[in-house]
Design a protein around this ligand. Structure first.
Ligand code: SAH
Ligand code: SF4
Ligand code: F3S
Length: 467
């Protein structure tokens, strides 16, 4: 069922929240400095930029480190067990710090908090956490903080149902040249292994007019690259009657004139011909596509509920390569999915060789409570998964080397981001294919797009000289 209108929070609610931020700022007993610790994907990184926007409006300034901050907030991820353990480990580490600085405040939010039962668990097991909330009520952050300060009691608020989309919240972007724009929230796909649909709710698209306006404003502010965010950007607009399709949205954004447009993530099952055509003829959409395949075997793909086959995926890749010959493809891969046999794993290896990705993120399957795959028979022992992932990483390394060799002597355009961490005479930035390029340069070039001739390659970076 399509909605007739975009789900948006009433404007008065945001006005109300911003009043609370100012009220918070006027309190003498408020924390003075903050530090945000972020785990997880770009979506979470952008949520943290929104938290920072609110924190600044609440009268706080950013601390140098979490050790010295009056207020520390953990924006957590629960995509895999290790992500969750790392976040919890760090929260617990803070407990010791709080013994020496009892006035310090601690908050936990994000995907991990949105899991069933987490609210109670925080109350019971983590008494030093002052404020906790989930992904659906981020916009109420100032209100929850004010409540904690006024009552001097712990505040835990996790809402089960996803709400409406908050617009016009303050946001503090971490880079003046590169900006995230969320185009949709949530996911409807329920891949059998994945927790995201449970912690981010159903798909909700923002109004295209809002997105285009945000892009125009960013261009006016000097932003040179935007990254459109959604768990499955290809289904943008499908939840709202009469809304633009993702391909149409991209065309409109192309006309705004920002030099570079990227987007993630694309689900292979609905990457349309129209989208490929728009990418091919656009002036600003980067020729780089992250197209997570997860696995190379049809039985596993079906069990994962991915709704494409190895063959249909390879067909899409062939079409992409035909229409956009220089396209750079990257992917996500899972090894050790329940029941994965040695032969089935080999299908992933052969698919990786066949496609020739520029790079790939490889993950060992991690059971997530409440997902279908967590209850399946045939969970794979850790030693087997480790061996498989090592093999896969080795194969991809070789392929990356081959792919990067093709870039030699080519001239790439690099958006300069920072001084290289390894060598202060070198600058680092991303090229149109989203690969980090290092070249001898000066800090004045930060924020510019420069032409660099590629001369050599590292394991995951390119090096070159300005032309
Ligand atoms: N929406 C994106 C992916 C979000 S999660 C998409 O559909 O492509 C990022 C990646 O984490 C996934 O692509 C998948 O490879 C990996 N992942 C998700 N759940 C996982 C799990 N339970 N165990 C291991 N890896 C997982
Ligand atoms: Fe998870 Fe699948 Fe949704 Fe991606 S598309 S977020 S892998 S359920
Ligand atoms: Fe992202 Fe982790 Fe949540 S990957 S959507 S922060 S579970």
């Amino acid at each position: 069922m399509k909605r007739t209108q975009v789900l948006e929070l009433p404007a008065e609610e945001i006005v109300h929240q911003r009043e609370i931020m100012r009220e918070f700022a006027s309190r003498e007993d408020r924390p003075r400095t903050y530090f945000v610790v972020t785990y997880g994907c770009q979506m979470n990184a952008h949520d943290s930029e929104k938290l920072e926007g609110m924190l600044l409006e609440m009268g706080m300034t950013k601390a140098q480190s979490r050790e010295t901050a009056d207020f520390v907030i953990f924006n957590t991820c629960c995509i895999r067990d290790n992500a969750e353990r790392r976040a919890l480990g760090n929260v617990v580490w803070l407990k010791e710090l709080k013994k020496t600085r009892p006035e310090m405040m601690v908050a936990v939010c994000g995907c991990m908090m949105q899991q069933p039962g987490m609210g109670e668990r925080i109350l019971r097991q983590y008494p030093f956490v002052d404020v906790a909330f989930g992904t659906h009520n981020l916009y109420r952050f100032a209100q929850l903080m004010l409540q904690a300060l006024q009552t001097r009691r712990r505040v835990v608020e996790v809402i089960e149902e996803e709400g409406s989309i908050p617009e016009a919240l303050p946001v503090h972007r971490s880079s003046p040249y590169h900006a995230y724009i969320t185009i949709m929230y949530g996911c409807n796909n329920f891949c059998s292994y994945c927790i995201v649909p449970y912690v981010r709710g159903r798909e909700r698209s923002r109004a295209s007019a809002r997105i285009i306006e945000e892009a125009r404003q960013l261009k006016a502010e000097g932003v040179r690259e935007i990254m459109l965010l959604g768990q499955n950007v290809n289904s943008y607009g499908l939840d709202v009657e009469g809304e633009l399709s993702f391909a149409q949205l991209l065309e409109s954004l192309d006309q705004v004139g920002i030099e570079r447009i990227r987007f993630m993530t694309s689900h292979p099952k609905d990457i349309s011909d129209e989208l490929i055509d728009v990418m091919a003829r656009s002036s600003h959409i980067c020729h780089a596509l992250h197209l997570p395949v997860q696995h190379g075997n049809n039985r596993i793909l079906q069990s994962m509920n991915r709704r494409y086959t190895r063959e249909s995926y390879l067909d899409r890749v062939a079409l992409l390569r035909r229409k956009i010959p220089d396209i750079s493809l990257t992917t996500d891969l899972i090894v050790g999915y329940p029941g994965e046999t040695e032969e089935e794993f080999e299908d992933t290896c052969s698919l990786v060789r066949e496609v020739g990705y520029d790079s790939a993120f490889t993950f060992i399957y991690s059971p997530r409570a409440g997902t279908r795959a967590a209850d399946m028979d045939g969970q794979i022992p850790a030693e087997v998964s480790s061996r498989r992932i090592q093999k896969l990483i080795g194969i991809q390394k070789e392929i990356t080397r081959e792919r990067y060799a093709r870039y030699m002597d080519g001239v790439h355009s690099v958006l300069v981001e920072e001084i290289s961490k390894r060598d202060e005479n070198q600058m680092a930035g991303k090229d149109e294919y989203n690969i980090t390029v290092n070249f001898p340069g000066t800090p004045e070039q930060i924020g510019q797009i420069v032409r660099v001739k590629i001369t050599s390659a590292g394991e995951s970076t390119l090096r070159g000289e300005q032309v």
